[in-house]
Design a protein around this ligand. Structure first.
Ligand code: GAF
Length: 389
C-alpha cells in the first residue's frame, strides 16, 4: 500500500528522533520545516516584487538538544555524515554542502550579538535534492527555529527568515530573495501566500481548483551553472534598476523600461521586461483565483514559462520538453518551470481524472527523449515550520 504523505513525515520524524536518542543518549526537541512550491512569480522576489508560494508536506525533520561538550555536533541522517565544529570559529567551508546551511545560520545568529552554547543536531529530509522545492530553506529554517526554541532566544519568525536568507547568501553563495524562507516558515494548510517581497507581508488564498489539481514533474536534472547564473540574473536586474533610477524593478513600468532601451543590451532589456511582466502576472493570477477563472490560471502559467525560457533564460531543454508536451493535451490548462531554473520541477494544472493516464504518457515520453526518468509528485499544501510534540 502507498504511504500517505502524513505517514511519510511521521515516519521521518520518528527515525530522526530515534537516531538522536541513540547517538546522543538524550531526548531532543523536534522541529519540522517544509519545502515549498510556487504558483507563479519567479525571480520577482529579489526585485521587491510579488510571488505566490505555498509550503508543502515534504520537508526537513530536525532533532536538537543542548550538550555540555565543548563542540557542537550535527549528524545528517540521509547522508550518514557527521560534522563537529566549534562555536568560536564558525566560517564557510569550501564545498561544505549541507554543513554551510547550519554554519550560516549559527553565524548569522552570532552576528546579532546572541551567544549560543553547544548543541547536537540530527536531521533528515524527504524533499528530493535539486528538485527546486527549497530543501535548503527548509534546513535553514529548521535550524534557526530549533536554536531559537532550545535557547529561548526570543527571535521573531520575521527575523528568523532573514537569518536563513543571509545564511544562504553568505555561506551557500546564492543571493536568493526571501520567497523560499518565507513560504517554509509561514505556510498554511491548503493555502498559498500572495507575498509582497518589499513589505514581506502576505495575503492568504485558500486554494480550490475544482476538478483540477497541481502536479509536479521533476526532470531530475540540476545543471551546474544554476548558482552562478542565478546571481548573474540578480546582477542584471540591479544594473537595469540603477539605470532606471529606481530602487528595484518592481518600481518600473514597461514604458519606463522603453525609455532606456537604446542604452542597454537586448538581453538585459528582455530580462527586465520579463520581471515587469511576471509581476503583473502574479496580480492577474490572484484575480483569476478570486474569479474562479481556471482557464486564465493555466494561460498565465504558460506565459510565465515562455518568459522564463525565452526572455529570462533560466529554463533548460528538459523543462521546456515537459511544458511543451502538455500543450497538446486539453486536460492540462497550463504548466511552467518552477523555482530558480536550470532543472528541477515543472508545475502543472491538470484535470484530476486524467492524472493517472498523463503520468504514464509523460514518463514514457521523457524516457524516450532523454534516456532518463522523470519523477511525478502530488503535493499537499501544508503548515510552515513548527515544533513537533
Ligand atoms: C530560488 C531562490 F532561492 C528564490 O529566492 C527565488 O528567487 C527563486 O529561486 C526564483 O523565483 O528558489
Amino acid at each position: 500500500m502507498l504511504e500517505t504523505h502524513y505517514n511519510m513525515n511521521k515516519k521521518l520524524l520518528k527515525e530522526v528522533k530515534n537516531s538522536f536518542k541513540h547517538t546522543f543518549k538524550t531526548k531532543p526537541l523536534m522541529v519540522f520545516s517544509p519545502g515549498r512550491i510556487n504558483l507563479i512569480g519567479e525571480h520577482t522576489d529579489y526585485n521587491d516584487g510579488f510571488v505566490f508560494p505555498a509550503a508543502i508536506n515534504k520537508g526537513i525533520a530536525l532533532a536538537i538538544q543542548k550538550t555540555k561538550k565543548n563542540v557542537s555536533t550535527v549528524y545528517a541522517l540521509n547522508k550518514e555524515e557527521t560534522y563537529e565544529f566549534s562555536l568560536q570559529s564558525v566560517a564557510p567551508l569550501q564545498n561544505g554542502g549541507w554543513r554551510n546551511y547550519i554554519l550560516g545560520v549559527v553565524s548569522e545568529i552570532q552576528k546579532r550579538g546572541i551567544e549560543l552554547s553547544n548543541f547536537n543536531i540530527v536531521f533528515a529530509g524527504n524533499i528530493p535534492g535539486g528538485a527546486g522545492l527549497s530543501s535548503s530553506a527548509a534546513l535553514e529554517n529548521s535550524v534557526v527555529y530549533g536554536l531559537n526554541k532550545l535557547f529561548k532566544l526570543g527571535i521573531s519568525k520575521e527575523e528568523m527568515i532573514l537569518i536563513s536568507q543571509k545564511a544562504e547568501h553568505n555561506y551557500a553563495g546564492v543571493k536568493c530573495g526571501i520567497m523560499d524562507q518565507y513560504a517554509s516558515m509561514f505556510g498554511v494548510k491548503n493555502s498559498a501566500l500572495l507575498l509582497d517581497c518589499r513589505t514581506v507581508k502576505s495575503k492568504l488564498y485558500k486554494l480550490n481548483f475544482n476538478d483540477y489539481k497541481l502536479l509536479l514533474i521533476n526532470t531530475n536534472v540540476k545543471h551546474d551553472l544554476s548558482e552562478s547564473a542565478y546571481n548573474d540574473r540578480r546582477e542584471v536586474c540591479e544594473k537595469v534598476s540603477k539605470k532606471l533610477n529606481v530602487k528595484a524593478l518592481r518600481d518600473a513600468t514597461i514604458q519606463d523600461l522603453n525609455t532606456i532601451k537604446a542604452d542597454i543590451t537586448e538581453e538585459d532589456y528582455q530580462k527586465a521586461l520579463y520581471i515587469i511582466e511576471e509581476n503583473q502576472r502574479v496580480t492577474s493570477f490572484s484575480k483569476a483565483i478570486k474569479a474562479d477563472d481556471i482557464q486564465e490560471l493555466g494561460a498565465l502559467l504558460y506565459q510565465s514559462h515562455n518568459g522564463l525560457s525565452t526572455q529570462f533564460k533560466v529554463s533548460c531543454k528538459e523543462l521546456d520538453f515537459l511544458v511543451d508536451k502538455t500543450k497538446n493535451n486539453s486536460n492540462i490548462l497550463g504548466a511552467r518551470m518552477m523555482g530558480g531554473g536550470f532543472g528541477g520541477c515543472t508545475i502543472n494544472l491538470i484535470l484530476k481524472s486524467e492524472i493517472k493516464s498523463f503520468k504514464k504518457e509523460i514518463a514514457k515520453a521523457f524516457k524516450k527523449e532523454f534516456g532518463t526518468n522523470c519523477s511525478i509528485y502530488n503535493v499537499k499544501l501544508s503548515n510552515g515550520t513548527q515544533k513537533i510534540k
